[in-house]
Design a protein around this ligand. Structure first.
Ligand code: CTP
Length: 446
């Protein structure tokens, strides 16, 4: 029996893919098709795929041409697969001519003629574009525009800031059309990125959703749980995407850390320690009490992410200890308990500490070095150090491109979308913010 293997992303499955599989199948008796995983595509810098790995596998399966489908998840896997499956022929489209000659040492390599005039790239370019309007034109919005340029199927078209001068300068810098009001902005886009001060998020997000716009909102989404619930209800009723722009939640390393720990890599989780401190000038708006500044409001969503993801959102108690200056918490420590585990977190704008994440388990622990919230690397550590493992991932640019990709994909998927940051976790984060702001469980240090 002659075994043939071929690989591809097979995004937006098209005629060229079908023809290639047919030709590959004709070379032998058994066709193995390797489909790249989403994280492998990310590692290869393919940030623009429209279908996720399950959809791409389904598309290959639907052709009825593949006798076996495998996933390709790491560089160098092709050699392993050739040995593992006893492959006779490696086949790939002619756009790769010469590139895979190194496999000739292991099997026959065939470059098949490519179908002219069609490609996933071309189909992606023909897809509708999500037009994004930005509310708030500060430093994060600046980074957002640059990062959006790395993601397919979107364009940032307009911006709004009540400070007209600032808005004008921002729009000039990025070649956007300024909007005179948020209402005017809604008329010029189909999705809104909210990067305004925290206390304005609720009003803007609600207005945008009511105007039929998808919303990506900076952390914290809102400062009260009821407001978060209301926004998600409007989004659901109107079939709109509402996401929190939490860069850690969408970055490849964090996603894999979570799945490793959920699959028992360190045993049962008993404790989490996470800190996110970003030392800030006292004059910064982030430290302005009138604008709901402060460490918890500014940074709280970061350490709460691994805590809720790994321990669940059904916590029993949460206490805070804070140090205040000029009406805002320059440092807050929080303690959370569930029935079976504890967690402590630290956030600061006016105090600095080691910004690592440590997840302790009954068999070992995970260590993510500072700044863990934009990590490309973590370790699993055990009593027997020979068992320790190090994991490396891409974290390109400012990392915002991962959340922008999710947002754009969610909109274009028309409802068939699984969010990497579930609503329940966002509601729990808003609940904690609210508990902190009502002050009952906050011990204030001198
Ligand atoms: N292929 C082909 N003819 C086309 C497009 C792709 O024969 N018109 C082949 C590729 O050479 C490869 C396989 O299909 O062997 C899977 O390719 P993939 O990279 O998934 O598809 P592309 O359309 O080339 O994707 P992209 O535009 O993202 O590069």
């Amino acid at each position: 029996m002659t075994k043939v293997i071929t690989y591809g992303t097979f995004d937006l499955f098209h005629e060229g893919h079908y023809n290639l599989l047919k030709k590959a199948k004709a070379l032998g008796d058994w066709l193995i098709v390797g489909v790249t995983t989403d994280s492998f595509d990310l590692q290869r810098g393919k940030l623009n795929t429209c279908n996720n790995v399950m959809e791409r596998i389904e598309a290959v399966k639907a052709t009825g041409l593949a006798d076996q489908i495998i996933i390709e998840e790491y560089r160098g896997q092709k050699i392993d697969d050739i040995h593992r499956y006893g492959v006779d022929i490696f086949a790939i489209g002619s756009d790769w001519t010469g590139y895979f000659d190194y496999l000739k040492e292991f099997c026959q390599v065939v470059y098949l003629p490519r179908t002219e005039g069609i490609s996933s790239t071309q189909l992606r370019d023909e897809r509708p574009t999500v037009e994004i309007g930005i509310i708030g034109t500060g430093s994060i919005a600046r980074r957002f525009v640059k990062e959006a340029g790395f993601v397919a199927s979107n364009s940032v078209t307009t911006a709004y800031n009540p400070d007209k001068k600032e808005c004008q300068a921002f729009c000039e810098e990025f070649g956007l059309k300024p909007s005179a009001s948020s209402k005017a902005l809604f008329g010029k886009c189909n999705a809104v990125y909210i990067a305004s001060p925290h206390y304005t998020h609720y009003e803007y997000a609600k207005a945008a959703l009511e105007a039929g716009k998808h919303v990506l909102c900076e952390t914290p989404l809102v400062l009260k749980e009821a407001e978060a619930k209301e926004l998600f209800k409007i989004a659901k009723d109107k079939g709109l995407v509402l996401m929190m722009a939490h860069k850690t939640a969408y970055c490849p390393a964090f996603g894999h850390l979570v799945t490793l720990l959920q699959s028992g890599a360190i045993g049962e989780i008993v404790d989490i320690k996470a800190a996110t401190t970003t030392l800030t000038d006292g004059k910064d708006a982030k430290m302005d009490s009138a604008r709901f500044g402060g460490s918890m409001n500014e940074n709280g969503c970061f350490p709460l992410l691994p805590i809720f993801r790994l321990l669940g959102t059904d916590y029993k108690k949460c206490y805070f200890v804070s140090k205040y200056k000029d009406g805002v918490d320059i440092f807050t420590k929080g303690i959370i308990f569930t029935d079976s585990a504890s967690a402590t977190f630290e956030v600061g704008l006016g105090a600095k500490t080691e910004g690592s994440l440590v997840v302790s388990g009954t068999k070992g622990y995970a260590y993510v070095p500072a700044p863990w919230w934009k990590t490309s690397y973590f370790e699993l550590r055990y009593e027997d150090q020979n068992q320790n493992k190090k994991y490396f991932y891409p974290f390109d640019g400012e990392g915002l491109r991962y959340e922008i990709k999710e947002f754009v994909s969610a909109i274009l998927a028309n409802g068939y979308f699984y969010s990497k940051l579930p609503v329940g976790e966002i509601l729990a984060m808003s609940r904690i913010q609210e508990e902190f702001l009502n002050g009952k469980k906050v011990r204030i240090l001198k």
